[in-house]
Design a protein around this ligand. Structure first.
Ligand code: PLP
Length: 342
């Protein structure tokens, strides 16, 4: 039985073109700056985001932590979204590794309330630690994939910059956001000081992340990456896949189209879906209207070769990606119909 795995876009496997590029990649010792394929990917990343410099790291988590280590000092405070990955899903590295205190601000629709943000830009005083970084995420919330607009990013950057606080964008899925809004990544990140990107999600690379920003910050991040154990040698084997991915990232539009089709049809069947929140490749499903818990729903689907991720008592996530063809969506829908009717 062929398994259709919609739990995440991290399950995507490198394409044939990537594997060929990896096989043929010219490599060298990247820690010594001798790997031409890594250098090429980093140059592409800098250009993509309109930044001076770029660094390839092993993972989104490593990029996030290297960025915070490079942009803050121990004992500082930083602002994060309460639903963000950097705050919830990185083993408290902000506390354990960076030694900063996170001020988590609630969010409902992916936006910071600017008034609340400003209250959290704290100045150093006898009893207070200064806020020295504002973190954003785009797309925001790994269970929804909400697009954060350039307008909102720019107003957050303006508020932070007026207090001389830089902005870091965790852009694990930022190319999904850029494609969904039909805007160039460099334009979207124009005012964001530093930005990251995951190569190993919808972009289908096996490993890797990029971190782009001012040369001074990226030089520091390179040392922090080394400290985190992320100095790698013939990493061109990995970078080669990234080059293929960046050359063809417009295909993410197909994943968004599949997600919209999937969501609309699931809604027709009676499942709870907020179509306004289906903005990229992620579909959040409420199973309560059909009388099944998330675990029951996922178990029944699994028996039919479809994998989805339970994310709450009645909440399930499905993510569309390169290894789920448009025609596979029909198979998913057929199985869901059987599960609901059973
Ligand atoms: C996946 C993800 C990360 C972490 O990436 P890894 O490569 O899994 O470490 C960070 N931030 C966001 C928003 C993500 O979705």
């Amino acid at each position: 039985m062929r398994i259709l795995d919609l739990r995440s876009d991290t399950v995507t496997k490198p394409t044939k073109e990537m594997r060929d590029a990896m096989y043929c990649a010219e490599v060298g010792d990247a820690v010594l700056g001798d790997d031409p394929t890594v250098e090429k990917l980093e140059a592409m990343g800098a250009e993509l985001f309109g930044k001076e410099a770029c660094l390839m790291t092993a993972s989104g988590t490593m990029s996030n932590q290297a960025a915070v280590l490079s942009m803050t000092s121990r004992g500082d405070q930083i602002v994060v979204h309460d639903r963000s990955h950097i705050y919830n899903l990185e083993v408290a590295a902000l506390a354990q590794i960076c030694g900063v205190q996170a001020r988590a601000i609630p969010t409902t629709d992916g936006r910071y309330d600017l008034g609340v943000l400003e209250e959290n830009l704290v100045s150093a005083a006898i009893q207070t630690a200064p806020t020295t970084l504002v973190c954003m995420e785009n797309t925001l919330d790994l269970n929804r994939g909400l697009v954060v607009s350039k307008t909102h990013i720019d107003e957050v950057c303006a508020a932070a910059h007026s207090r001389s606080v830089p902005v870091y964008m965790d852009g694990a899925r930022i190319l999904n956001a850029a494609v969904a809004m039909d805007i160039a990544p460099a334009a979207l990140c124009e005012n964001t000081d530093v930005v990251s990107l995951c190569l190993s999600k919808g972009l289908a690379c096996p490993i890797g992340s990029l971190l782009a920003g001012p040369r001074e910050v990226i030089e520091k991040a390179k040392r922090m990456r080394q400290m985190l154990g992320g100095g790698w040698r013939q990493a061109g084997v990995v970078a080669a896949a990234g080059i293929v991915a960046l050359n063809g990232y417009d295909r993410l539009a197909e994943d968004h189209e599949k997600a919209r089709t999937l969501a609309a049809e699931l809604k027709e069947m009676g499942l709870g879906i907020d179509m306004e929140q289906v903005q990229t490749n992620i579909v959040k499903i409420d199973t309560e209207p059909v009388g099944l818990t998330a675990l029951e729903f996922c178990k029944e689907l699994q028996d039919r070769g479809i994998l989805a991720k339970p994310i709450g008592k009645y909440a399930v996530r499905m993510i569309c990606h390169i290894d789920i063809a448009a025609a596979d969506i029909a198979l998913v829908l057929k199985s869901v119909k059987r599960v609901i009717e059973a």
